[in-house]
Design a protein around this ligand. Sequence first.
Ligand code: OGA
Ligand code: MN
Length: 213
Amino acid sequence: MNQLFEEISFVENPQFEGIIGDILLRKYSIVENFFSDEEVCILRQSLLKKHEENTFKKAAIGNRVNETIVKSIRGDVILWMDEQRADDSERLFFNKINNLVDYLNKTCFLGILHKEFHYALYPEGTFYKRHLDTFQNDDRRKLSFVCYLNEDGWSPENGGELVLYLNNDGQETEKVVYPFPGRVVIFESQILEHEVKPVNTERLSITGWLKTR
Ligand code: OGA
Ligand code: MN
């Protein structure tokens, strides 16, 4: 009875199917309008309000056990999000994320049990040098997720592009991703090295990881 119900209740989601197909094929997926213009605006306001309240901290290299701030590696400031204390805008964010996680677990048996997300703000002149997200002594990180919250009309001249370093049959190629608002990038945390090029204008995002046990 339960099983029957589950089969009937499963509705294929074309957007999520697209993400899964991309990741299987090339380890990353770029999704336009993962969040609507209005949702991006709400999330941007939420980030800016919290930043004004001075709750952001210099990002560290390594996890909480190994917290060394290394400005020559990364210059963003971050604020970890707490799903238990989410306000309306954050609940909107986590609803969509949880839908994606449920879908991945149902269709790909990925076993995503944990997740962690933070707001990030790159002040003018900052960057994040080439790295792998699992160097933060956390090999549970399976998928990295970045959602850009910049203003409409973000120009490539603002810098701050994400560069993914891909390996195509032993040949390294670069995939350049501009941080346009509403755009989401999802990639395999343990495989793809990447960097954030220096920004000429404040750059806003939410970044996070889907983790196995
Ligand atoms: C990170 C990261 C990429 C981006 O925070 O680990 O690589 O485009 N962010 O903001
Ligand atoms: Mn990273």
